[in-house]
Write a protein that binds this ligand. Structure first.
Ligand code: UT7
Length: 335
C-alpha cells in the first residue's frame, strides 16, 4: 500500500468583491447583522459577462496546483471534481477540466457532496493512490454560487453567506507511510436532505414544466436552508468527525498543528476551536474575505494557510466539513 501526499496547491477567486454594504443595496440586510451572525465581511461574486464559470475557475486553480507540484498536465492520471454548482446538469465538471487543461483522456469523476465535497474528493483520490492504481490525481473544488442566489430580501438568510471560488490540490503517491493522508472519515444522513437543498430544476421538477408554469413566486430554484437546524447539527458533526479522525490515529487535540474547518460560519469555527482548546495559530479561517464557497472552501483555506507559511513539514493538519445532505467528514494529514 502507498500513501498519498499533497504535492501542489492552488486557488482562484473572481476579482469582483461584494461587500456587506453592497448587499444592503440589493436587499434588507446590513453589515452588522452579517458580521455578527457569520463573521463575513465580503465575498467574491463572478461579474456578469466574465469568462469565469465553475469549470473555468477550477481550471485556473488547477494550473497553479500542477505547476507547484513540479508536474505537467500529462503527469495527471485522474481528476476528481467536487461542486454543487456544475456548469451543466450533465456532463460533470471533471470532463470539462480534462478538455480545458488539454489533458490525456484520463478518467474524471464528479463528487456531489456540497460543503463536504472536498473532503469526499480527497478521500476518493486517496483510495486510488493507496491501491497503486494512480500516481498523481488532480482534486478540485469549485463553486459558482452567485448566479443561483435569490438577491431579494426573500433570500437574505442564504444569499449573504455564499461566495464564488475554486481550489485545487495534486495528490501524489509516496512510499513513506508516515507522511501524507493518514485517514479519512465520511458520513451522511439523508433524512435531513430537505433542510439545505435546491429542489429544481431536476428530473422530478423538470424544466419544460417549470417554464410552462413561469411562476415568479416559485422559490424552489433557489437554495433553501433551515439555518438554525443546520448550525446545530454542524457543531456536533464537526466535532465528531475530528474526534473520529484523531482517535483512529491515536492522536489528541493537542497534537493538531492546523485545523482547516469548512468555512460555513465563523461562529461554527469558533465553537469548534473552543471545544478543542485550540490557539488562534492552530486554526485557519478566511470566511471573512470569501464567504462560504462550499466545496471550494476547505481547499481555498488550506492553500491560503500554506501560502502564508502557516503549515510546515511534519505538521498534523486536520480538514473537516459539514453540509447539505447532510454529509460530513474529516481528513487527517501528516504534512
Ligand atoms: O455550509 C453548509 C452548512 N451551513 C451552515 O453551517 C450554516 C448554518 N447556519 C447559520 O450559519 C445561521 O443559521 C445563519 C447565519 C444562516 C442565520 O443565523 P441565525 O442566527 O440562525 O438567524 P435566523 O435564521 O434565526 O434569523 C434571525 C432573524 C430573522 O428575523 P426575525 O424572524 O427574528 O424577525 C431573520 O429574518 O434575522 C433575520 N435575517 C436577516 N436579517 C438581516 C435573516 N437573514 C438576514 C440578513 N440580514 N441577511
Amino acid at each position: 500500500m502507498y500513501n498519498s501526499k499533497i504535492t501542489g496547491l492552488g486557488f482562484y477567486v473572481p476579482e469582483n468583491v461584494v461587500t456587506n454594504e453592497d448587499l444592503s443595496k440589493m436587499m434588507d440586510t446590513n453589515d452588522e447583522w452579517i458580521q455578527e451572525r457569520t463573521g463575513i465581511k465580503e465575498r467574491r461574486w463572478i461579474k456578469e459577462g466574465s469568462e469565469d464559470t465553475t469549470a473555468v475557475m477550477g481550471a485556473k486553480a488547477s494550473r497553479i496546483a500542477i505547476e507547484r507540484a513540479g508536474l505537467t498536465k500529462d503527469d495527471i492520471d485522474f481528476i476528481v471534481f467536487a461542486t454543487l454548482s456544475p456548469d451543466y446538469y450533465f456532463p460533470g465538471g471533471g470532463v470539462q477540466l480534462q478538455e480545458m487543461l488539454d489533458m490525456r483522456t484520463v478518467g474524471a469523476v464528479d463528487i456531489r457532496n456540497q460543503c463536504s465535497g472536498f473532503i469526499y474528493a480527497m478521500s476518493v483520490a486517496d483510495q486510488f493512490i493507496k491501491t497503486g492504481m494512480y500516481k498523481n490525481i488532480l482534486v478540485v473544488g469549485s463553486e459558482f454560487h452567485s448566479g443561483g442566489l435569490d438577491k431579494s430580501t426573500r433570500g437574505r438568510g442564504v444569499t449573504v453567506i455564499f461566495g464564488d471560488g475554486a481550489g485545487a490540490a495534486v495528490l501524489s503517491r509516496t512510499e513513506d507511510n508516515t507522511k501524507g493522508i493518514l485517514s479519512s472519515h465520511l458520513h451522511s444522513e439523508g433524512k435531513h436532505a430537505k433542510e439545505l437543498i435546491v429542489e429544481s430544476p431536476s428530473i422530478m421538477h423538470w424544466v419544460p414544466a417549470l417554464i410552462a408554469e413561469n411562476d415568479e413566486n416559485d422559490e424552489s430554484y433557489y437554495p433553501y436552508m433551515n439555518g438554525t437546524f443546520v448550525f446545530k447539527n454542524a457543531v456536533v458533526r464537526f466535532s465528531e468527525a475530528i474526534i473520529e479522525g484523531l482517535q483512529t490515529n491515536n492522536l489528541e487535540a493537542t497534537d493538531i498543528d492546523m485545523l482547516i474547518p469548512h468555512q460555513a460560519n465563523l461562529r461554527i469555527s469558533q465553537f469548534v476551536q473552543k471545544k478543542f482548546k485550540l490557539n488562534d495559530d492552530q486554526i485557519y479561517n478566511n470566511i471573512m474575505k470569501y464567504g462560504n464557497t462550499t466545496a471550494a472552501s476547505v481547499i481555498i483555506a488550506l492553500t491560503e494557510a500554506w501560502e502564508l507559511g502557516k503549515i510546515k513539514d511534519n505538521d498534523l493538519v486536520v480538514l473537516a466539513a459539514f453540509g447539505s445532505g447532510f454529509t460530513w467528514g474529516s481528513v487527517i494529514i501528516r504534512w
